[in-house]
Design a protein around this ligand. Sequence first.
Ligand code: PLP
Length: 387
Amino acid sequence: MLTQAERMKGLASAIFTQVDELRKAEAAAGKDVITLSIGSPDMAPAPHIVDALITASADLRNYGYTLSKGTADFLQAVASWYKINYGVLLDPRTEVHSLMGSQDGLAHLGLCLVNPGDVVLVPDPGYPIFSAGPLVAGAELYRMPLKPENSYLPDLEAIDESVLKRAKLMIINYPNNPLAAVAPREFFVKVVEMAHRYKFLVCHDFAYSELVFDGYRPDSFLSIPGAKEIGIEMHSLSKTYNMAGCRAAFVVGNAEAVSLLGRLKSNFDYGIFYPVQQAAIAALTGPQDCARETAAIYQRRRDIIVDGFNLLGWKVEKPLASMYVWAPVPTPQRSFEFIADLIKRAGVAVVPGIAFGEHGEGFVRIALVQPEDRLSEAVDRIRKCIG
Ligand SMILES: *Cc1c(COP(=O)(O)O)cnc(C)c1O
């Protein structure tokens, strides 16, 4: 009876579901599985953030609808955070808008920009919503391969001019999920030039800006001269402040694009729960040692996995950012076969690269979302499995 709409066909979560089913089957059989598959932080927000949430939610006046845009204090907190952290000046009234998670922004951006036949340029491998959002909006996707030999940056010169002329939007993401790669400033400069020439919008997903290691600091895309004329950037409190369930994020940059997305959202939702906005303000304007401590914890976890794997002869590079390690499949198997074996034989669950796109084949993504002892245990178990 029920026939799904055409646009649903772009939404295939099949591989993630399969990974989870394998994991659950082992767990149901009584096996202890170390779950390094999901990208959900395992740490808690800092006490001052939780306090702000508790205080605001104890006030019974705070349970009404908010506005989709965000409170004036929230918008100002975002603008100040950008100025302090990235030297980017934003007008909180026109260049900042709240999001119910970056997922909200990425899911809806295509609907504001795309007509049938328009192209959206997305990374492959890439975070699934980068493709799913534009597909639902009816976009034709152009998948930009991110290859190790190009330092996981898209080869901009390889994109055909006919594609660029039809492009309405390019989505990029550094520090990257799932690749854990970072981008040099020169790459952003080239993207800005290209977007000006072909008149498309660039959306830079900056979710991992604070989960950085070994003293590395990324650039905001908006810090490139001319970027604000063609670009927006999204940042989320999910990873930086361990607030994933709160659904608090924001989009900043080009006022026209921010206002378009805002107009769509004002029809779709009524904004973030007021106490969550208060918690977000506490996070953005309070002491930042909590974010640095979170990054330091991920850095130690990264070292356990990368050093551990390299000792096993599994050659893996040390990423400078994010909460993932991207590793080549160490056996002659396809990525899915390998991870299925790893779950069954080692009791360690990771995601096959193919889940992030065709060019993810040959790799797996390991999420550093377990404490150090569990990660050491995972390395031990893998030693017995592939060693
Ligand atoms: C986790 C993540 C986000 C954050 O999403 P929210 O909806 O804000 O929780 C955004 N982009 C990428 C690439 C991510 O991995």
